[in-house]
Design a protein around this ligand. Structure first.
Ligand code: UDP
Ligand code: MG
Length: 338
């Protein structure tokens, strides 16, 4: 029997890009007949006509399935919703916007067959010099800074430009399913779980339609979230910072004693205010960092489901088409997932 490969695609307002991608996949699956394929599109609470488009495409392609989440849960959660449902011997995750070149999939599969459990794509570094306009360069700089800081703080070696385009084995998929993080940061989790991994450099294609969902603000939020969910180093930093400042300020003591003894008036209202304000700010910042961790504890201890599936056709299709193996006919999927 052919091995089954499940492609999981998270989508949020991707009405223009989905049909193009599905068509490309259909073409690819037909070429690559050594394997059976299925594809699960997880709609992450789209507000455009993505859903009806996806549902229509599912009529057309028997290997295509959909999972509609009840609202926007974020890309990582959407991916996990798909991974939780995937039954393939290998699972591939990729973006809906067509930036992840399908042509890389054979290379993924080859590495997987050669014994790698996780094969992932990362953006090539040399690509940097080709950034023509300032905006692209800024974006590049931002992502570089993000990976630099994130790697340093989490002790996970994350390549710059690490993407969510990857293939992993059944075993890894089952491992991911066991994660119950309410704040998922899959890129780091895939690094953290270990196994034999292989990175493949690639050049991202241009986004053809729509626009990126990540703004600078959401990127900062994401970094803070990602780092604090994988490391308590920011807390240690507060200790070292405090220690350093204490030591430095103690150097000031002899001067104060000396002025006191020789009746030398110490002036400086301005420096006083600046110092008070500065340390006030610093303390608030560190309090904020502690607050983030407390917030995380709170969120993680609530027994809310991490995502909610509204509808899915997963139990309807038995799959034939391009050799998708048959799905069990148990209608399990229209309820809340734990
Ligand atoms: N996405 C999602 N939920 C979100 C944001 C994005 O499912 O809340 C999907 C989006 O539809 C796309 C993928 O995640 O398939 C990557 O999004 P995008 O292209 O905006 O990110 P970038 O490529 O800029 O990292
Ligand atoms: Mg994109």
């Amino acid at each position: 029997m052919k091995k089954l490969i499940t492609v999981v695609i998270p989508a949020f307002n991707e009405q223009d890009t989905i049909p193009v991608l599905v068509e490309k996949l259909a073409y690819f699956f037909k070429q690559y007949i050594q394997y059976a394929f299925e594809c699960i599109i997880v709609d992450d609470g789209s507000t455009d006509s993505s859903r009806s488009i996806i549902a229509n495409l599912c009529q057309q392609y028997p290997w295509l399935y959909y999972v509609f989440l009840s609202r926007n849960f974020g890309k990582d959660m959407a991916m996990k919703a798909g991974i939780d449902q995937a039954r393939g011997d290998a699972v591939i995750t990729m973006d809906a916007d067509g930036q992840h070149p399908i042509e890389l999939i054979p290379e993924f599969i080859q590495a997987w067959e050669a014994g790698y459990e996780i094969v992932y794509a990362y953006r090539e570094l040399s690509f940097a010099s080709e950034h023509r306009n300032l905006r692209m360069r800024m974006q590049h700089f931002r992502s570089r800074l993000f990976y630099r800081i994130a790697s340093r703080l989490t002790d996970l070696k994350m390549e710059q430009g690490l993407s969510d385009f990857r293939l992993f084995s059944r075993r890894v998929a089952q491992t991911i399913t066991q994660f119950h993080d309410k704040e998922l940061f899959l890129r780091a989790i895939f690094k953290w779980i270990g196994f034999k991994q292989k990175g493949i450099p690639y050049r991202p294609l241009q986004r053809e339609f729509g626009q990126t969902k990540y703004t600078l603000r959401s990127l900062i939020r994401l970094s803070l979230q990602g780092i604090t969910s994988f490391s308590v180093k920011p807390l240690n930093m507060a200790i070292y910072l405090g220690l350093t400042i204490s030591v430095l300020s103690s150097l000031y003591i002899p001067y104060v004693i000396w002025s006191f003894m020789y009746n030398h008036p110490i002036s400086g209202w301005a420096s006083m205010i600046v110092t008070v304000a500065f340390f006030g700010g610093l303390q608030l910042m560190i309090l904020g960092i502690i607050g983030i961790y407390i917030g995380k504890l709170f969120i993680q201890t609530r027994f809310h489901p991490p995502y909610i599936i509204e509808t899915t056709n997963l139990h309807i299709h038995t799959g034939s088409g391009v050799e998708a193996a048959s799905r069990p006919s148990t209608p399990v999927h229209t309820h809340i997932m734990k």
